[in-house]
Every structure is written in C-alpha cells, then in structure tokens.
Design a protein around this ligand. Sequence first.
Ligand SMILES: Cc1cc2nc3c(=O)[nH]c(=O)nc-3n(C[C@H](O)[C@H](O)[C@H](O)COP(=O)(O)OP(=O)(O)OC[C@H]3O[C@@H](n4cnc5c(N)ncnc54)[C@H](O)[C@@H]3O)c2cc1C
Length: 301
Amino acid sequence: MIVVGGGPGGYTAALYAARAGMDTVVLEKLSAGGQMALTEQIDNYPGFEDGIDGFSLGEKMKRGTERFGVETKLTEVLSLELSGSVKKAVTSEGAMYAKSIVLATGAGPRELGVDGEQALIGKGVHYCAACDGMFYRNKTVVIAGGGNTAAADALILSRICKKVIVVHRRDTLKATKIYHEPLMKTENVEFLWDSKIIALFHNEKLTGIQIRNVKTGEESTLACDGVFVSVGRKPSTELMKDQIEIDPAGYIIADESTRTNIPGVFAVGDVRTKALRQVVTAVADGATAVHYAEEYLAGEM
Ligand SMILES: Cc1cc2nc3c(=O)[nH]c(=O)nc-3n(C[C@H](O)[C@H](O)[C@H](O)COP(=O)(O)OP(=O)(O)OC[C@H]3O[C@@H](n4cnc5c(N)ncnc54)[C@H](O)[C@@H]3O)c2cc1C
C-alpha cells in the first residue's frame, strides 16, 4: 500500500495496513504530522491528559508505524496514476507501485488573494504563526481572519510581538468561545471589525496594508511589519483532481467508508468531503480505509 501524506490520517492508515500484513510506505513531502505539526497544543485528542504539541504527536504516530515495518520516504509525490489494478505514484525519487493507495494529502492555507501576496511570502506575508512568529519580536503584525486558527495565532503572536491587530470581515470572532475571553483581555491585541485587507504595501518587504470596511466602504491604511493569513484551509487535491471525483470546493468525494469513485483508492482526513476536520476524525478515516482496502484486495485476488 502507498499512503500519500504523513499526517494523522496517513499514519493511521499505514499503521493499520502494516498490521494487516501489507507492505506499506508513507510518502511525505515535508515532515511527519502534517497540519498538526503547526500547533503548539492539541487538547482534544484523547489519551494525553495534559494535551500534547502537534509536532511530538506527529513523531509518535510515525514511530508507532515503524514498529510494524512501515517506511516513511521524505519525498514529494509529483503525479499519480490511479486507475487500473496497479496504482503508480511518481515521486521526486522515482516511481512506486501499489495495489491500493490511500490519499491523505490534507489541506493547506487559503490565500488572501491580494496582488503581490505570492512575492511577499516569507518577506512579510506568512501562513503559520507558530512557525514564523519569532521573526516579529517586538514588531507590529496583522492577522487576517477571525476563526479558531486566527484566534490561536493572535494569542501566540501576542507573546512575541509589540502589537497584534486582528482584521476580520465580521463584527465578532467566529472562533469558539474558549478563545474570546483570553483574547479580549490581552492588552497588545486590537481588533478591526467588518474589515478586509485589499492591498499590501511593500518595497522589498511588507511595509503596510490597505483596509476596506465592508459595511461603509471606507478605506484606510495601516503600517505593519508582517501579515499572518488565517482565512481558512484549502484541500490539497491538485495532484488528483483530473482523475478522481472532486466536489466544487475541491475535496475528494468519499463518504465514511473513505472509498472514492476509483476502486482501490481511498481518501482519508481533511482531503475528503466530511463535516468535521480534526485529528480524531482523520485518524478514524485511516483505520476505516484499511478495512475497505482489505476487502478490496480480497476481491482482487
Ligand atoms: C494551526 C492548526 C491547528 C490545529 N489544531 C487542531 C487541534 O487542536 N485539534 C485537532 O483535532 N485538529 C487541529 N487541527 C486540524 C488537524 O491538524 C487536521 O484536521 C489534521 O491534521 C488532518 O490530518 P490529515 O492526515 O488529513 O492531513 P494533514 O495533517 O494536512 O497532512 C497531510 C500531509 O500530506 C502531505 N502532502 C501533501 N501533498 C503531498 C504530496 N504531493 N507529496 C507528499 N506529501 C504530501 C503534507 O505535507 C502533510 O504532511 C489544526 C490545524 C491547524 C492548521
């Protein structure tokens, strides 16, 4: 079995597949843990009474699969051939073949969609506060967004930066209530409600932003050193979108069975159509995928 993606969904599929006697490889382009590795603290995955940081949980999941002989190859999957009884994954280190394949490529950050954003990535525009926040010690930063990730990012950055300004297009946070009180009490966090970023000012690096009030249409400018974009996630389905059924939002269409429209191809975790995208649901998908993969392989033989 080939598992594409070493997040919680992929590693659970690998664990179950190896324990079911399949030769299993995980192909991961960055590091174990996927999106989990971006968060300082996971409190809603059972078994860790004090919570656990996402990077350590990812490493534990990887090591747990190694006990049963799973190999992780740190390589990017560049293309896939999913139809037919032998599936092919072309990686930066050559081609690999398998009788079944689990797609666990998860999701990545959604962009602001403002001119110049691409050129400023890493030079003032960032998508991960836990990863890049330390570059902004005692500086002024803006967070675009108002959901859970934006709220968690604001708290992380408030401990590093001089000032954190949350720019949100609604008049209240969308984040769960647990974030509201600590954020409102944090002195160096300010809010610009009903607002969105419409332009980025820069020379070599970001120098400020232009904001539009979505209710009044009024525009204003704001000097800042960095912008952290937390406006949602988008599924990583570029690789397979022309071969597999995808919904209008870009997610692989698969129900709780994780089966896709292609026999022997399973989609687990954040990359598939589902109601709740969390570690615990990705992990559940990984186990289910192998249940149906075994059924598929038994039928194939
Ligand atoms: C900042 C943040 C905080 C979060 N906090 C929590 C929390 O507290 N609790 C919780 O339950 N959930 C949390 N989540 C959500 C949780 O991390 C995800 O639901 C979960 O990681 C999804 O797992 P996954 O295995 O589907 O995919 P991902 O974790 O997205 O992993 C996908 C992996 O696939 C790899 N990949 C993609 N394309 C390729 C390719 N072409 N070749 C090789 N590898 C590839 C990626 O590098 C990545 O490692 C958080 C998410 C974020 C971003």
